[in-house]
Design a protein around this ligand. Sequence first.
Ligand code: C2E
Ligand code: MG
Ligand code: MG
Length: 712
Amino acid sequence: MADSNSVLIIEQNEDDRNNIIEVLSSEYKVIEVSSSINAIDVIEEKLDIITVIILDITDNTFDGYDLLCEMKRRGYLVKIPVIVTSGEGDEELELRALSMGASDFLRKPYNSLIVQKRIGNIMKNRENATMVDHLEKDYLTGVYSEEVFCRRVVQLMEKNPEQSYAIVYSDMENYQLLKDLFGETVSNNILVYMAKVFKHLIDRNEICGRLEGDHFVLFVKYDEGKLQENLESVVKIINEFPVNMNIRLRFGIYEITDRTMPVSAMCNRAMITVNNIKGKYGQCVAFYDNDIWEKQLREQEIIDCMETALREKQFEVYFQPKYDLASEKIAGAEALVRWHHPTKGFMNPGEFIPLFEKNGFITELDKYVWDSTCKYISTWKKNGYPIVPVSVNVSRTDIYNPELVDIILGMIHKYDLLPENIHLEITETAYTDNPQQIIDVVKKLKMIGFVIEMDDFGSGYSSLNMLNELPIDILKLDMGFVQGDFSSNSNNILSFIISLAKWMDYAVVAEGIETEAQIQMLRNMDCNYVQGYYYAKPMPPDEFEAYMLKHNVLLEDPDSFASDLNQMKFQKSQGVMLIVDDLSLNRKILSASFNQYFKIVEKENGAEALDYIKDNYKNIDVIMLDLVMPVMDGFSLMNKLRMDEKYRNIPIIVTSQGGEKSVEKSFALGATDFVEKPYNLRIILHRVQNAVMAFRNAKKIRESVDKKNVLV
Ligand code: C2E
Ligand code: MG
Ligand code: MG
């Protein structure tokens, strides 16, 4: 007999009380009270375990009715069914009790079978109702699920045709980050807490539902002033959540003007409204209005003219410098696109990038931006200007483009740049969609030598987990961290994230820096780089060029790969580096790194390579040789080369997956050196350098010996 199946008996007459207890005690736990006067306290105390109340109203003292009224007022009647008991001929009393919300009645003297049956029925009903409730409600927060919410909204509108209503859509901007920082339990508790606050806020004939994640929807009576005030107070209350965590909650409101529209479309409008104020600090409530409607129209217009714009070169790249906080020198720049539209005028990316990300056009635009950026860098290089790495933005859609790596490498080649000249800023939203694919792409890009920055970290879909899995180099903090109010809380999170990044060996960039105070704070937290209007706004290329010439530029880190390359002990020679590998990506990595120093020739297999070597062996400085290839593998090629005196001196660096056997066999066949894949470019650089220098010296010695022999 579980406690939770308790029956409360409120009966003055002791005999009657004992009678009924006798009938029930075998199946239920019974709690007895002799008068309805104190009963309310008992009910309150045992609210969770009482399943049915049996209330005597025969004495007609009105206490029983008072109790019913009080239970109704406190909302208990919805939870606990009440069966009233009365004597023979008390029909009027019974009817009155039923009209006040009692569920059923029993006549005295009791017939034990009837009593059991009635109570059994009521219990069953209640169980069923709880089950339906479970099915219809969000398991975590107890508010309606999306489907039921939509259905209920239609019903309520039909029931109240005169009432005007609105849909409110909630968004917690930093939900994912809070989830990562404080864990699933705490973040679930926030949602439960929010649901409680919403339930408290809504009235009769208003409802609350939860869509996915942190998004709640409310269907409420429309009163602009009151809604604004209520929701602002909700934001305050939510921020009083026991763990003080700087929750950034916002609401979008759509007044229902067209009742024939599907409820999901109404929710969508409320969502668009809240998205419209995302990232706007200080505004937490917004109403769907004509502006937003017009914005939707405008979006369509933008989409209609995007292709023409790209063709007619209406897009331009601006550059914004990044500063090294310690030295206050320019350490880099970010390429940011701008649109000069012939009739709409100057447009910022915020207006069109999100649209292009949705419809895929961003891939085209980004190719254009990257290409232009490379072109500028190469001009600056040729003109002998100081060069800093320039980061370009890479969208989520770009990541899914299987040709991404080839496209970027192609541009580096085209403009004769090094991978180190370009940083790639990948927005954080990109990281969550298909983690494995992103991890693979990022690994490849990094292997080639690109520096990877994680952009806007801390907004939207931040994931601390991804920090572990992704081989990034630099963490770029979302502007919200420095631009929000400087409450000690957001500062705590900021300094925690900076320390974490440091600990994981990432450099940190803070963007959106507008004041000296922000700089001071970031300096104290040991942030590495800053970018923001305080130093400089994004500017057109010619202005940026002038700016770079006027300001101090941080010269290259002496440890960096690029400067290793600059210190290569040999000058660019006319000699050839022959790269033999069946995988084009592998060839491209090597070629991007060495095209400054050798003429690069690529071959896909041993047979093609052999043909080339036969005709050109005198010009070849070094062969980079893969082992596993179709047609003729690396071992066979080396075997052939070993046979012929002419080829025997050309250095061969085997690039392969390692394994002791292959290393041994390669050396036995005359390889000069062996580098394991995946490449560590710095290692390969030294191997090449050593091999080529040794080869050139040997050649010189041979030549001078030959000369001497001639003289002698
Ligand atoms: P983002 O990559 O996070 O770029 C930083 C944004 O912050 C830029 O906005 C920049 O102008 C702005 N900003 C810099 N300093 C300050 C400051 O002190 N205060 C304030 N309030 N803002 C500052 P912009 O240029 O409007 O670009 C917005 C976003 O559009 C970028 O955010 C980036 O995600 C995207 N974007 C821009 N250009 C491209 C592009 O060529 N390709 C792609 N895929 N996305 C781009
Ligand atoms: Mg960026
Ligand atoms: Mg950013």
